[in-house]
Write a protein of this length. Structure first.
Lengths: 241, 437
């Protein structure tokens, strides 16, 4: 009897104590402690492997029509060539044969700038004469390019231009690009970066150059005068105030 | 002879005339937009089912990372016209130009004979029709998410010029249970995108103010487990834990130096809070402030030569800077309201803080000299800012209304990209890690 009373008292005391404890209501939802995954990442550069596999035909439908009956309908993906094929003269020949506009290699921008600096050094007086204030005035002075045409080109590029203002010290970023337009407003050649306020190796300068080139390329064809019959060259300065 | 002179003159005129007409026109472009860059990221290619599955997961994480940054807009995969068959195949740029994507990421996952996972990718400039970046990563298959973050960082850096912040982790206080003294506050760690959350086995149940070392997988935090608030040092990889100094009074608000070799913190000296520096090697302490008011929440500048802190020495809680040795104290905050929890940006150009005005709290930034103050958020309670390692994004915790549990949020420096960060439970006091090695 006495043992029963003691047992009952202990049990009730334990129940009362349990109500005083805090039982976290969300602990069950929390994941169990886990070990940190060991970091073992090998990083390699594959920029030396050129993506040289020939692009599939522009119009697969036409290609399919030429496929004889019974032949597999789906074309096997082109087999990528070995890395060393980057130096294969055949691939270069193939690129030469393509009637495409030269491609702007953003990675070669530094080389472009260096080259343009050298060229500028050789023909400084001519370049200054052509790109200086006199040339600006020439827009409405009876030359082929009119001020309204320049305004239209400016507007078109500004619509597609991502500003620099989100980049640190954007006031220091200035890019000058030369473009040559065909009579229909298409680019006669790849835009040429002729000046940048910082070396192109600066990551922010590189982004500013990328954005400027992209603004031009996405605006192609640029709005030229309807009666244009000749190519025209423009020097475009990109910067933010 | 005259005839030939005339011919020569005519030829010269004919040659010169076009060059005059072709005078270059100079155009200044100073306007534009700041819209997110459209980018196309198809699912990474794979041959075996496992490779395809991992490739899809990796590309999903990359898409989510870049979208969350606010700087990119992933073009809807339904709009993609080409299925690039191989990472080494040059894409048909015309097909991608149609989608308006300015950049294209093609990747491929491969399970190697040694059991490791290799993921390679190429970033293409669609309108420039050129390759902008190519690289590969190899690791154990279960580590695929790290690879996704690494690739995100590489893409981000190439396209923005800034270091990325995706391969990072966040330590925060996970809160559960009833409010008040019995609330359980444990440290949790997760990837910056909220994935892989797990409780840090620090051995303490009442923990606040975790702070990441900028140089190692090490944190410092304050715990009540000894009865008095004490600052602890905890190595995440080894699990080693120790008390930083056995002081008589309370110690709190710790913060690492930029080199990670010392910690500044507040010590309570008989009711007077002062800022001290502790060398982590010698454990020698140096008193930096000596003022009868409350000086607390110290944070080092990027170079480690200055410290920002808050003090009520002027009557209300304001922000002050001083030299790393405690010299040259200067008040930098000047607006109305009270300023707390200052944190110097890893870039060094800004200081983030919590500002209380009229019963509402917000996160703001100002230059180190106090100029250019601007608020990024405003709510019932926004507090505890922490910077991403590239100094572009700020994470903090928010209580949207009285009684609502705290949640983690992030915003970029424009204040425009405000997003909630998913956590398993209520969360406060986030601390952002440096980029993982």
């Amino acid at each position: 009897m006495r043992a029963g009373w003691i047992g009952s008292l202990v049990t009730h005391a334990l129940i009362a104590a349990a109500t005083l404890l805090a039982w976290p209501d969300k602990d069950r939802d929390l994941p169990e402690p886990s070990a940190i995954v060991p970091i073992d990442i090998v990083i390699g550069d594959i920029t030396n492997v050129s993506a040289i596999a020939p692009p599939p035909p522009e119009n697969p439908a036409e290609e399919a029509e030429l496929t004889p009956e019974g032949a597999p309908q789906s074309m096997a993906p082109p087999t990528p060539e070995a890395p060393e094929a980057i130096n294969d003269p055949r691939s270069k020949q193939k690129k030469k044969d393509e009637p495409r506009r030269p491609v702007t290699d953003l990675n070669d921008i530094a080389a472009l700038i260096d080259r343009s600096k050298k060229e500028k050094g050789q023909t400084a007086s001519t370049s200054d004469a052509e790109t200086g204030p006199n040339a600006r005035n020439a827009a409405g002075a009876g030359t082929e390019v009119t001020a309204s045409e320049a305004d239209a080109i400016r507007s078109a590029i500004e619509r597609n231009r991502q500003k620099f203002v989100d980049l640190p010290d954007y006031e220091r970023l200035r890019v000058t690009i030369q473009i040559r337009l065909n009579a229909d407003g298409s680019l006669a050649e790849s835009p040429r970066v002729i000046r940048s306020s910082l070396p192109a190796s600066d990551p922010y300068m590189r982004v500013a150059i990328d954005r400027s080139l992209r603004a031009i390329l996405t605006s192609e064809p640029l709005p030229v005068a309807p009666d244009r019959t000749r190519r025209a060259t423009f020097t475009i300065n990109f910067y933010d105030r | 002879m005259k005839f030939w002179r005339m011919i020569a003159l005519c030829l010269a005129t004919a040659v010169m005339a076009p060059s005059a007409a072709h005078a270059e026109i100079e155009i200044d472009i100073t306007r534009g937009h700041l819209n997110p860059m459209p980018i196309a990221i198809p699912d990474f290619i794979g041959t075996q089912a496992q490779e395809v599955g991992v490739g899809r997961q990796v590309s999903e994480v990359i898409r989510a990372n870049l979208t969350r940054s606010g700087l990119f807009r992933v073009v809807d995969p339904a709009a993609y016209l080409q299925q690039v068959p191989d990472v080494n195949t040059q894409p048909r740029f015309g097909d991608w130009k149609v989608t308006q994507a300015q950049a294209l990421v093609i990747g491929q996952s491969t399970l190697m004979p040694d059991g490791r996972l290799r993921i390679e990718f190429r970033l293409w400039d669609v309108f420039g029709e050129s390759e902008a970046l190519a690289s590969f990563y190899a690791t154990t298959p279960e580590n695929w998410r790290r690879i996704a973050h690494k690739i995100s960082d590489a893409l981000y850096k190439r396209l923005t010029g800034e270091d990325g912040y995706f391969d990072t982790r966040v330590v925060f206080v996970s809160e559960s249970g009833p409010r008040g003294a019995r609330r359980v506050k444990q440290l949790m760690i997760m990837d910056q995108d909220g994935a892989n959350p797990s409780i840090l086995p620090t051995g303490a149940a009442q923990v606040i103010t975790p702070r990441f070392s900028p140089t190692a997988q090490q944190i410092t935090f304050m715990s009540f487990e000894t009865g008095r608030p004490k600052v602890f040092l905890y190595n995440i990889e080894t699990g080693r834990r120790e008390v930083l100094g056995d002081f008589q009074g309370m110690s709190y608000a710790p913060r690492f130096s930029p080199k990670g070799d010392s910690v500044v913190m507040t010590l309570d000296l008989g009711g007077n809070s002062e800022i001290f520096r502790m060398d982590l090697r010698s454990r020698a302490t140096q008193r930096l402030t000596n003022n009868p008011s409350i000086d607390t929440s110290p944070s080092y500048s990027k170079e480690g030569d200055q410290i920002v802190f808050n003090s009520d020495r002027g009557g209300s809680r304001q922000l002050y800077t001083m030299g790393a040795d405690g010299s040259n104290v200067q008040r930098i905050s000047g607006g109305g309201g009270s300023y707390t929890t200052p944190v110097w940006s890893p870039r060094g150009d800004l200081i983030a803080f919590t500002k209380q005005v009229g019963g509402r709290f917000g996160i703001g930034v100002m230059r180190p000299d106090g100029s250019g103050e601007r608020m990024l958020s405003d709510a019932y309670l926004d507090e505890g800012p922490t910077w991403s390692p590239n100094g572009r994004v700020i994470m903090f915790f928010r209580e949207a209304r009285p009684g609502a549990g705290p949640k983690l949020w992030s915003a970029d420096l424009t204040g425009q990209n405000l997003r909630q960060v998913t956590t398993p439970a209520d969360a406060s006091d986030p601390a952002w890690s440096p980029l993982l090695p």
